[in-house]
Design a binder for this molecule. Structure first.
Ligand SMILES: *[C@@H]1O[C@H](CO)[C@@H](O)[C@H](O)[C@H]1NC(C)=O
Ligand SMILES: *[C@@H]1O[C@H](CO)[C@@H](O)[C@H](O)[C@H]1NC(C)=O
Ligand SMILES: *[C@@H]1O[C@H](CO)[C@@H](O)[C@H](O)[C@H]1NC(C)=O
Length: 270
């Protein structure tokens, strides 16, 4: 019997906060429903969020938008005493000394978060870190969509985005150990018009593909950042939420909330 020693050391090669799409490995298709494992630390603004309430453990993602604040969905902070924030994680089972860990208690969600009819509205929240994050090769700040970009295309229709998270890799499966990502196309908002009286300004729109080839977020993916890449720079345009009709999925449109983000954090937005 020959023993095989598998090194669990991660070789860190990414040093910049801007990573070209090609740096993301496309080889390992294991989850986010159609996604793949990313190159470790290639999305260095992604925060792993863990908490628990009376119903059990909660796993979410967020994005580090300043050294003091993590942007996430309201769902991931609502009615919780504290959230544990991990920065610089690739594999959730390998939380070592390179990972920055915080137990945050200053949790904010939108004052109008909740249900309107059957649908979740204003699903956006912020976590203030108890002390500032330290920027390193594996922990970097995210950029948000600019105001000019938002105004020129309010629902970000007809662009491709990347979604990344540690959610379940299939219905009823385990959460993913490693950070996964997938590409999705945001449709023009008209394609999400529905008979329900959904107020669409606050969402971006993904009609369901009937052939099942879409990348889809699962449980544990709430708060995942959806970002686009322009000239090698990444901009967060949306956060994964859980709004679904029979025909489409709608996620939180970050551009719509830029003023809210600015007035509830220390981030300055162009
Ligand atoms: C975090 O919240 C949980 C659940 O309410 C509580 O049991 C725990 O003591 C809290 N931890 C800290 C460090 O505040
Ligand atoms: C994550 O880390 C654990 C502990 O080192 C390891 O057993 C597991 O195989 C890793 N997962 C992946 C997908 O690499
Ligand atoms: C989005 O990605 C698809 C698949 O790679 C590509 O065919 C399409 O042209 C892209 N659309 C935009 C608007 O970039």
């Amino acid at each position: 019997m020959i023993g095989v020693i598998v090194s669990s050391l991660l070789v860190i090669t990414q040093t910049a906060c801007v990573v070209p799409e090609e740096a993301i490995s496309k080889g390992n298709i294991i989850g986010l429903y159609g996604g793949y494992e990313v190159e470790p630390h290639s999305i260095p603004f992604q925060a792993l969020l863990e908490s628990s309430d009376e119903y059990g453990d909660i796993l979410c993602s967020g994005a580090l938008i300043s050294t003091n604040y993590v942007l996430t969905s309201a769902y991931c902070v609502y009615d919780l005493d504290n959230v544990t924030v991990y920065l610089g994680v690739h594999n959730r089972s390998e939380i070592d000394s390179s990972v920055q860990t915080f137990v945050a208690t200053e949790l904010t969600y939108h004052a109008d978060y909740g249900f309107e009819g059957d649908y979740i509205v204003n699903d956006i929240g912020l976590i203030k870190l108890p002390e500032p994050a330290v920027l390193t090769s594996t922990v970097q700040l995210a950029s948000l969509i600019t105001r000019a970009d938002y105004e020129s295309n309010p629902n970000q229709g007809d662009i491709n985005v990347t979604i990344s998270g540690w959610g379940r890799i299939g219905y009823d499966d385990e959460y993913s150990d490693v950070l996964l990502a997938g590409q999705r196309y945001i449709s023009p908002i008209e394609e999400c018009a529905s008979s329900d009286s959904l107020q669409l300004d606050q969402y971006i729109c993904f009609p369901f593909k009937k052939d099942g080839t879409d990348v889809e977020g699962e449980t544990g993916d709430t708060g995942d950042p959806l970002f686009k890449t322009v000239n090698g720079n990444r901009y967060i345009v949306a956060l994964l939420s859980t709004v679904e009709t029979d025909d489409f999925e709608a996620d939180t449109n970050v551009g719509y909330y830029l003023d809210w983000i600015e007035s509830n954090s220390d981030v300055k937005i162009n």
